[in-house]
Design a binder for this molecule. Sequence first.
Ligand SMILES: Nc1ncnc2c1ncn2[C@@H]1O[C@H](COP(=O)(O)OP(=O)(O)OP(=O)(O)O)[C@@H](O)[C@H]1O
Length: 246
Amino acid sequence: MTAPVRLANVRRTYGHGAAEVTALAGITVDFAAGSFTAVMGPSGSGKSTLLHCAAGLDEPTSGSVTLVGKSLTGLGETELTLLRRARVAFVFQAFNLMPALTVWENVTLPTVLSGRRPDSQWVTRIIDQVGLSGRIRHRPSELSGGQQQRVAVARALASRADVTFADEPTGALDSQTAIEVLRLMREMTRYQQTIVMVTHDPVAASYADEVLFLVDGQIVSRLTAPTVEGVAGRLARLGESAKVNR
Ligand SMILES: Nc1ncnc2c1ncn2[C@@H]1O[C@H](COP(=O)(O)OP(=O)(O)OP(=O)(O)O)[C@@H](O)[C@H]1O
């Protein structure tokens, strides 16, 4: 079976001439169906760029990306939007919640937009597990930052997308809620949902099946069945070598 996310020799540079910055320096990686991968690395190593290129939110300078069986090269904005709406979910730092909609409406919106009927039982369970069952009729402006982040997580989980891209999904959460969210994300992989998560947090990364470590836009190391200590140790060594190389 083809992996739902494939990057082949993806390069992404910004700017020109002397001001050119290489954010991704030739990345080749497959994210298999039902896998949960954490992407880690020092600040500026290319993690967000990798996520954005994989999700079709940014275009590689060269190389190719295949998302749920479709090559993104040359795909128009409308086709991209339709593909993302039907198959992809996002949990980004800007929560992108609709201010006029309630928690329930925000959580079920991607499902409704892609022409499917929300599974009320599943949605209720997710909202309950992220601790928002008392807030179903509230609007985002009536929630704290952490609660808004939980709505964004619930929205991704409820849509049952083939692929979920998450950028620091637990960054704004207290540790107990963060663990609930990470457990839910793990559970999604049982239904063959694929998760790619950028994080700085070794605890969050320890919930993944594998951690990819980026330095200077390249995958320099991978860790399967990660533990918190294993991730923290590898990260500390990477940080040191990244400093030496500069
Ligand atoms: N729009 C842009 N224009 C110019 N340079 C950019 C742009 N976006 C990213 N970069 C540069 O590309 C490199 C990789 O950035 P990226 O945001 O992917 O790193 P990151 O690993 O996600 O960093 P952080 O952990 O700090 O969020 C950095 O050197 C950054 O300055």
